[in-house]
Design a protein around this ligand. Structure first.
Ligand code: BMA
Length: 892
């Protein structure tokens, strides 16, 4: 989608969101501010490339916008444009400063984010250096400013060369991995630089080691003091059963002064005033606003409303300087419960929000774009709204990317999406040299202060998979050398990061790694023998060759924070970066975009277990169908695994169970390529994403075959509401539209916040009782309904009793359709007609942005109507012209 389309998409998905003004303005308070964003000049090391460039921005974006290069995502351009990241680049600008601003006592240049290693000079004088893209840098420039033509230069060193140099300088011992696997076509030693770790390539993304000034630049001038940042932390006082809000001001004081701080939440009729006394230097001042009233709590999506209250902060200094700000605050508590469970060795691992256990349903978030300066609020909104539409209440901001923009967290606050926030370390060991630790410490302090005011953030986590990397020896470290690596690990994540987080934020839990055994890992010296132990903490689990329909192979974990399967994105997404000769599963392009060893093979092998692979003689149709079959496989596998975990929330089987979270890998994509995502680059939903809204439904009915019996469970997320339900079960033959048999379970009261068996029947008996069914000729469809009024309580679900590749009687369904306006803006009825039952019916409107209310479904009646909600202006005619319908039987 282009920028306008993203914006329209956001509008269609939610109307215009309410955004508080303070969320979009800069954090600087109390100073005169001159923005230095806008047009700068950019040049490479030998001056052969010279152009104008936007700040915030990066070199790639500038080169692209000025026509020096074409789309970096196009075909093999990631390799063709490698030179950009190997060169050094200089950004420069010149600006004038008014006499008024120059007359102030102190002047500071603030860089919100430089990517990454730079030396900065003003009027020929070096004012500072940067080495960490996750930090803000403030440089004192008092006395260096002129009225006009102040020349500001930012010399940025190639991140690839810097990482190499640092790794070479680290001579005493290796800090692995040296390089990513060749299939990733990436750069080496990314662990030596504090930069998005995935920017040197990942198993779902390209190598674009960006250089740039990726966030804003400004001059701040002031006489007395300025506020660097402030935090707001609601805290529950259990002794008095009341809430208060702690406000911390972080100040840069130039001249000693006194003043007053006024805090207020008008809608709670609560306010207070405090004396302020400042002495020169940087300092923190804390104040507590006691609330006079009871508050409405903030709840995760699906568990209640997300109440947000406006809190204003006004500071008035004696000299007449003031600063005022306001921000939304919310009241909720969060605990991570790790305690013994009867009849299960190990410890529980679940989140208690406002005293109630909450099952986390969601996925993992990766960077939205390789060029972060191109990420817009609209893109973030569309992705987060898509997550919420799929009934997700949680996302994990994964540690190989970036700490997200403020707007991301503000939207999560509004939508009730809980954030598991990793610190940015992933799949590697890290050096612990003094300057490295120092820059990390500053990064952690700043990020915790920036993000801790958000109720959506429910946990901090030190790194992605680095405990596991040591414990299960990813990098061939000798037994003799291991203790030294464990020591470095503890130094970085425990003695530094953990210590800072505990000091800075007492309102939410901290985990050292993911996966981890939590307190058990701590007992074992922070690196557990087996961090994947399902009796403790969270697990990551991937298995591509085992049959994903066999739920007995999944670890019955306490919390599944990663699991998933790859698929290819749609042809409309791929066609933007490829040509028709690429549209073949064995083309160079298909191999090039695949960054996971054997990924393309794994998808087909897994698909082949249950489906006949596409065999059209028309190459483009075969390619499209192959994309389709990978999406079918992915949706089906993740559904089976997720339903297993949701069922397991109440079960203890062989000492394992009480699963309380599922975050599948991964929500979004960084480019147009094969990956584990459920949403494609550009926002289009894969089949998995449609299915997620069903398998994440608040009340789920899920079917499973166990020892020859068909079991149907009702899984309820509701913490208190009990329901009396019946399971309604129908057997359908593949060759006719009439159900061959209908059954109903007894009335069962289903557990609130639990999983309840509602139906059990021998499959043999079921098939013999029900007409002429065999495992191959029939499918079982079911849902839950209320006992009174027969209201449907759960989405329709079904279970195959044999692989669809063996389905008997399944025929080409000859699906036709009509499209009609619904009368609601940009909503269209699509009515489908088929001549035989159809499986995995997939509607694809090519490049028209939007989503259907259901997709990838089982069509067991002759006629069925779905709704398409467009995200950009379109017409029934345009949809008709673009709609392609595929079902399983259409691909072979
Ligand atoms: C997990 C993640 C990522 C990776 C994914 C798929 O280990 O943490 O590193 O992209 O698996 O391989």
């Amino acid at each position: 989608m282009n920028l306008a389309a993203w914006s329209f998409a956001r509008f269609c998905l939610l109307g215009v969101p309410f955004l508080h003004a303070s969320e979009v303005k800069g954090p600087s308070l109390g100073a005169d501010t001159v923005s230095l964003n806008g047009k700068w000049h950019l040049m490479n090391a030998n001056s052969s490339v010279s152009l104008s460039a936007e700040v915030p921005g990066c070199v790639h974006t500038a080169l692209r916008r000025q026509g020096f290069i074409s789309d970096p995502y196009y075909r093999f351009n990631d390799l063709a444009y490698r030179w950009i990241s190997l060169d050094n680049w200089t950004y420069s600008t010149s600006f004038s400063v008014s006499t008024h601003v120059r007359g102030k006592g102190k002047a500071v240049l603030v860089f919100e984010g430089v990517d990454t290693v730079s030396t900065i000079s003003l009027n020929g004088v070096t004012i500072g250096k940067t080495d960490n893209m996750f930090r803000r840098y403030d440089f004192d420039v008092t006395g260096l400013l002129k009225d006009e033509e102040n020349v500001l230069q930012v010399w940025i060193m190639s991140a690839v060369r810097y990482a190499f140099q640092r790794s070479q300088a680290h001579a005493e011992y290796r800090v692995p991995p040296d390089c990513p696997p060749p299939v990733q076509k990436g750069e080496c030693h990314v662990n030596f630089i504090r930069k998005a770790q995935s920017s040197f390539s990942w198993d779902w993304g390209p190598s674009f080691p960006t250089l740039g000034i990726w966030k804003g630049v400004r001059l701040e001038a002031f006489n007395t003091s300025r506020v660097l940042s402030y935090t707001t932390s609601p805290k529950y006082d259990s002794e008095h059963s009341s809430w208060n809000v702690e406000v911390e001001l972080f100040l840069d004081v130039f001249v000693a002064s006194k003043g007053l701080v006024h805090l207020s939440i008008p809608s709670l009729q609560s306010e207070a005033e405090f004396q302020l006394s400042l002495t020169p230097g940087q300092c923190k001042k804390s104040f507590v606003l006691q609330l006079n009233q009871s508050v409405s709590l903030w709840w995760p999506f699906g568990h209640g409303e997300q109440f947000l209250y406006n809190l204003t902060v006004d500071v008035n200094l004696e000299g007449g300087e003031t600063f005022n700000a306001d921000r939304m605050v919310a009241f909720r508590t969060v605990e991570l419960v790790q305690e013994p469970i009867p009849s299960s060795p190990g410890l529980s691992f679940y989140f208690r929000i406002n005293g109630k256990p909450v099952f986390l349903k969601g996925s993992n978030w990766i960077p939205v774009h390789a060029f972060q300066d191109q990420v817009t609020t609209d893109m973030i909104t569309v992705l987060l709204r898509s997550a919420q539409k799929a009934n997700m209440n949680a996302l994990r901001v994964w540690g190989g990317g970036v700490y997200e923009q403020d707007i991301f967290y503000s939207l999560c606050d509004m939508y009730g999406i809980m954030i598991w926030q990793d610190f940015m370390f992933a799949c590697a060991l890290y050096p612990i040299e003094k300057d490295f630790i120092q820059t990390v410490r500053e990064e952690i302090i700043q990020q915790v202060r920036r993000l801790k005011s958000h109720p959506s953030v429910v946990i901090w986590s030190g790194n992605n998979e680095n405990e596991a990397a040591i414990a299960t020896d990813w990098f061939n470290i000798s037994a003799a050398a291991r203790p030294a690596y464990v020591k470095d690990y503890v130094n970085l994540y425990v003695e530094n990061i953990r210590e800072i987080v505990l000091q800075e934020d007492s309102t939410r839990p901290f985990l050292v790694s993911s996966p981890t055994n939590g307190v058990e890992s701590e007992k074992e010296g922070w690196v557990a023998k087996d961090p994947y132990d399902p009796h403790y903490g969270d697990t990551h689990y991937y298995s591509y060759y085992k049959d994903c329909w066999d739920w007995t192979t999944f670890p019955r974990t306490r919390f599944a924070s990663e699991y998933g399967f790859q698929s290819w994105p749609s042809l409309s997404t791929l066609s933007k970066v490829s040509v028709s000769s690429d549209w073949d599963f064995s083309s160079n392009f298909s191999a090039h975009r695949q960054h996971h060893e054997d990924g393309n093979q794994q998808m087909l092998k897994q698909a082949e277990l249950h489906y006949i692979l596409p065999n059209s003689t028309d190459p483009v149709k075969r390619y499209r169908d192959t994309i389709y079959i990978t999406q079918v496989m992915q949706a089906q596998c993740v559904k089976i695994q997720t339903e297993f975990y949701r069922r397991s929330r109440s079960d203890i089987v062989e000492g394992k169970g009480h699963t309380m979270g599922t975050l599948y890998w991964q929500l979004n994509d960084i480019w147009q390529g094969p990956s584990w995502s459920s949403v494609e680059f550009g926002g289009k939903w894969k089949m998995l994403h449609y299915w997620a809204s069903d398998f994440y439904a608040p009340i789920l009915s899920t079917g499973v075959e166990d020892k020859g019996d068909l079991l149907i469970y009702a899984v309820s997320d509701s913490p208190s509401e009990k329901h009396n339900v019946k399971a309604k079960v129908k057997l359908h033959s593949w060759s006719s539209f009439n159900a061959v048999c209908s059954l109903e379970s007894n009335v069962t009261t289903i557990k609130a916040g639990g999983s309840t068996l509602v139906f059990q029947h021998s499959i043999y008996a079921l098939l013999t009782q029900c007409g002429n069914c065999t495992r191959r000729s029939c499918v079982v469809a079911f849902h839950l309904s209320t006992t009174e009024g027969e209201k449907t309580l759960s989405p329709d679900n079904h279970i195959f009793l044999s692989s669809p590749r063996h389905a008997e009687g399944l025929q080409k369904p000859n699906i036709t359709f009509t499209v009609k306006d619904t009368g609601i803006v940009q909503n269209f009825f699509v009515t489908l007609y088929c001549s035989f039952p159809a499986v995995y019916v997939w509607l694809d409107v090519d490049n028209i942005p939007g989503h259907f209310d259901v997709n990838g479904f089982l069509m067991l009646s002759k006629k069925s109507t779905v709704i398409f909600g467009a995200w950009s202006p379109t017409t029934a005619e345009e949809i008709t012209a673009n709609l392609q319908i595929t079902s399983l039987r259409d691909v072979y």
